[in-house]
Design a protein around this ligand. Structure first.
Ligand code: VGL
Ligand code: ZN
Length: 342
């Protein structure tokens, strides 16, 4: 009687453990692998993408190989898509400024932003601080819009932050080329292997706020549907690849860590905008708990994954019985022994 009760308890606990363990899924998070970020030999037109990143021609075969050889490691594949309307706040020309003018010494364009009452990313809005309160900006030392016909003046934030400053907060915006337009080169390269079951997450779709991360917009106030989607699929581990290592890959990885995912960045399956910022991003992601590995490490993993690379082990992945499994086996033995003795 007593024994069967204990055995039942044991079975219930074991089932619980197994359930929790079995539900842990992985996803390949492919950040912004789009024509707009690729070199001419990748894009369908043969011309460089609107914000082309170096060495992207060699990236596509690497991503295809990962999917072909190691599909077993990824229960799902998510592709993010930078997807901007014309006159987007992140485009230099929107403000009469040159692309990359944030690198000219005055830093990024100061913005004032409001979080929408709707909570919808579409309704978030920022306004160049210069348009809200010119007296608070010194154009000698800070980047200022170079046009008074700034299309961004229509941003609700331009009025809201003037009338009720307490609803607004400050941030800054890098100045890019006009890129990844919704009716431009924002598509995925035809050379990239994709499946109709891939989940696609679009970002930067609102005119008045940018989004580097696939999880949140740049105000960090508004969430995309990605976290919910991953949770519904029981995904707990993310293998992150794509473009750009120092912007969208970086911010997506940091948000994923904050949201509690295990994050594995496959370094040589990413490409970055500038070497210094790439290095800083890799160091920061590692410090914040991401495992930084190489494609070769992933190729050496067993199918299905017995052990996910941990931040400490990084490029030295141990295969065989995973520590997770060993703990479960140990717990099982202890419980079984307890049952037998009762
Ligand atoms: C990105 C700059 C502007 C990226 C997107 O995908 O990293 N970078 N928009
Ligand atoms: Zn963008």
């Amino acid at each position: 009687m007593k024994t069967s009760g204990a055995a039942y308890t044991f079975l219930a606990i074991a089932a619980r453990f197994y359930g929790a363990y079995a539900a842990e899924k992985s996803a390949l998070l492919m950040i912004d692998v789009q024509n707009c970020f690729c070199e001419g030999n990748v894009t369908s037109t043969g011309e460089d993408g609107s914000l082309s990143v170096e060495d992207t021609a060699s990236l596509i075969p690497v991503l295809n190989e990962l999917r072909e050889e190691k599909a077993c490691l990824f229960d799902s594949v998510v592709r993010s898509q930078d997807f901007h309307p014309s006159n987007h706040i992140s485009f230099g020309p929107t403000h009469g400024l040159d692309p990359f003018s944030h690198l000219a010494g005055k830093g990024e364009l100061p913005l004032r932003c409001v979080s929408p009452a709707s909570g919808l990313m579409m309704d978030a809005s920022c306004c160049p601080t210069y348009h809200v309160d010119p007296s608070s900006i010194d154009c000698e030392t800070q980047l200022c819009p170079a046009t008074t016909t700034d299309a961004v003046l229509e941003a609700p934030a331009c009025t809201i932050c003037q009338e009720t400053p307490e609803e607004c907060f400050d941030t800054t915006q890098a100045m890019w080329t006009n890129h990844c337009l919704q009716d431009g080169d924002s598509d995925f390269p035809s050379m990239l292997n994709t499946l109709s079951t891939d989940v696609i997450v679009q970002k930067g779709t609102g005119t008045f706020v940018d989004a580097y991360s696939a999880f949140f917009d740049n105000t960090q106030r508004l969430k995309s549907e990605l976290d919910n989607t991953l949770q519904n699929m029981d995904v707990t581990t993310l293998y992150v690849v794509g473009i750009a290592t120092d912007y969208c890959v970086y911010y997506s990885a940091l948000d994923a860590l904050k949201l509690g995912y295990k994050v594995v960045v496959i370094e040589d399956a990413t490409r970055g905008i500038a070497p210094e910022t790439v290095e800083a991003a890799l160091v920061d992601m590692a410090e914040k708990g991401a495992a930084i590995v190489n494609v070769a490490d992933i190729m050496a993993m067993e199918c299905p994954a017995k052990e996910v690379p941990s931040p400490a082990s990084s490029s030295a992945i141990t295969v065989g019985i995973g520590s997770h499994n060993s703990i479960l086996v140990a717990v099982g033995f202890v419980l079984l022994a307890a049952c037998v003795m009762m």
